[in-house]
Design a protein around this ligand. Structure first.
Ligand code: IMP
Length: 430
């Protein structure tokens, strides 16, 4: 049993790509199990920056089979473009596998995503407007169209006709938008995307299970989470969440690999917090320190360019993330962004309606009202981005990490001190 899950432990953008990239060196398969091109993983190799939206980070290694699992929603246009861009830069996509059960995103999903956000006005969720929610809604309503449908023209057209006739009514009558043309979509999907994507479409469930069942020749599988625990449809700050199960449980349903194979669960958290879009954020900073972290940490969306909201590290939420994911270890990223800040804070509990709470409030209204209770730490002046070992860190940085580890309750194994592949240090052994 050799399944490792890398999962975001906060609100996304924790730098999971860097750790997945690092760990992929020892893997046979790297699997995306949920989300779509709302994700954006950045990897820096020899100062060259690669941004991946749908293709698993393992694509960078020749020996890895990258898999887009059944739980992902795929915009075929984006996937085709991503394959072409990687190939043009010398990264082979020959081994990529796309689950035939992955659902496809269509132009009407994007239109509906935008229309809903506009209609919500001030109450909007702040989605990426990539059609993610509407595509998952179709999946749940059993009117979605899957990658395997591209391989059967008659079925594809029949399903699209049914779906589009309803969507056009919705777009024109409810949202006052133009209707979409069936023939145009058929032309794009069945000519351009079908030809380009059919070599990759596969039965990924059997592929992964066969690999894991081979006892003589044990294969290692890495499950690459997108978004994060608190954007999880069930466990996040609903409704300010994405439409998939980002937490570790999603790795099983989104890939067809049973939970007993998921033995190592690595949560990734920044040394502070960020969030994109609306929703509660108890430790949010609206001051100069927040602005400085945003600037130094380059806290702008990889795909959307949107400014991220900034806050202090929230250990209460992290403890919750440990439970939701049965997290076995924690990786901390972007510690270097805190260089030169005089005083650091960590939220250890909340005050809600005059009462102290050590856990995340169960009622969302209370969570909106939660006031952070902080422990305060001295910062460090030194630049740490070249530090390669635990002992090389300034003592204030070591104290900060020791405190996070004790508060969260799982070992910190890796610490990121810069964006490059080599800019991390081992804090403790697994
Ligand atoms: P959606 O996933 O586009 O439906 O957006 C729903 C919520 O998830 C919004 O608040 C987005 O900002 C957030 N979100 C989606 N993908 C990411 C991500 O990769 N990083 C951070 N936030 C994300």
């Amino acid at each position: 049993m050799a399944g490792t899950v890398v999962v975001g432990a906060q609100w996304g953008d924790e730098g999971k790509g860097k750790f997945v990239d690092l760990m992929s060196a020892d893997m046979d398969f790297v699997v995306r199990y949920q989300g779509g091109h709302n994700a954006g993983h950045t990897i820096v190799i020899d100062e060259e920056r690669f941004t991946l939206q749908l293709i698993p980070c393992g694509i960078m290694y020749d020996h890895v089979t990258p898999v887009i699992g059944n739980g992902v929603v795929v915009d075929p246009k984006v996937l085709v473009e991503e394959i072409e861009a990687l190939e043009a830069r010398g990264v082979s996509c020959e081994k990529l596998k796309l689950s035939g059960n992955a659902h496809l995103i269509f132009p009407y999903h994007q239109e509906i995503d935008e229309a809903i956000e506009r209609r919500l006005g001030d109450a909007k969720l702040g989605t990426t407007k990539r059609g993610i929610g509407p595509a998952y809604a179709d999946k749940a309503a059993r009117v979605g169209i899957r990658a395997q449908d591209l391989l059967d023209k008659d079925i594809f057209i029949k399903k699209l006709e049914i779906s589009l006739s309803e969507k056009n009514l919705l777009l024109s009558k409810v949202y006052g938008r133009a209707e979409l043309d069936l023939d145009e979509i058929v032309q794009d999907y069945l000519t351009n995307y079908k030809d380009q994507l059919s070599p990759y479409i596969a039965d990924t469930v059997s592929l992964l299970n066969d690999a894991l069942a081979d006892e003589k020749n044990e294969k290692r599988v890495l499950f690459e989470g997108a978004q994060a625990t608190f954007l999880d449809l069930d466990h996040g700050t609903y409704p300010f969440v994405t439409s998939s199960n980002c937490s570790a449980g999603g790795a099983a349903t989104g890939s067809g690999v049973g939970p007993r194979h998921l033995t190592r669960i690595i949560g990734v958290a920044k040394a502070y917090s960020t969030r994109v879009g609306s929703g509660p954020f108890p430790t949010e900073l609206d001051d100069e320190v927040g602005a400085r972290i945003a600037e130094v940490g380059d806290e702008f969306g990889t795909n959307t360019g949107r400014a991220r909201r900034i806050g202090w590290f929230d250990a209460v939420m992290l403890r919750h993330a440990v439970n939701i994911n049965t997290m076995t270890e924690l990786a901390i990223t972007k510690l270097d962004v805190l260089d030169g800040i005089d005083e650091l804070k960590v939220c250890v509990a909340y005050e809600v309606n005059g009462k102290k709470l050590d856990g995340v409030p169960y009622h969302q209204t209370d969570f909106h009202d939660a006031k952070p209770i902080y422990e305060t730490f001295s910062g460090w002046d030194e630049a740490i981005s070249a530090v390669e070992s635990r002992d090389g860190l300034p003592s204030a940085a070591q104290d900060y990490l020791k405190f996070l580890e004790a508060e969260v309750g799982v070992p910190i194994t890796l610490v990121g001190v810069g964006p490059g592949r080599a800019q991390f240090l081992q804090w403790s052994e697994v």
